[in-house]
Design a protein around this ligand. Sequence first.
Ligand SMILES: [Zn+2]
Length: 125
Amino acid sequence: MDVQIINVVIREPCALCTTTNKTCSQNCEFAPYFPAEKKLEYKNAHELFGTPSIMKMMRFAPTTEEKCMLASSILTEGKVWKDYPAKGGFETIRKLKWEILQRKFYLNKLKEKMKVVEEETKLGL
Ligand SMILES: [Zn+2]
């Protein structure tokens, strides 16, 4: 008696094909970069760039590594512009710069406290 085990992996359509109502083939060129789990992120990118532009940009990247970086960048831009519709990436950079300033200020305060403790230790206080 022969027993055949058929291993069929059914993958959800990728985010790009879902958005465009296309059939997502097993060899879909966009599936590795915009998997089904990233539907919400892709939706933001789609609203910002439009899927035809995203497809064009992705085909412009020559290597897999560059496609990965580009897809990540596209998804990040989509999120940033959704979060800050008036300023986009500028607002993110502004917030990060502010955070760096705050941490530098905190670091300087700690350094001042360390100096005081070192001097007190030298004096045996
Ligand atoms: Zn697809």
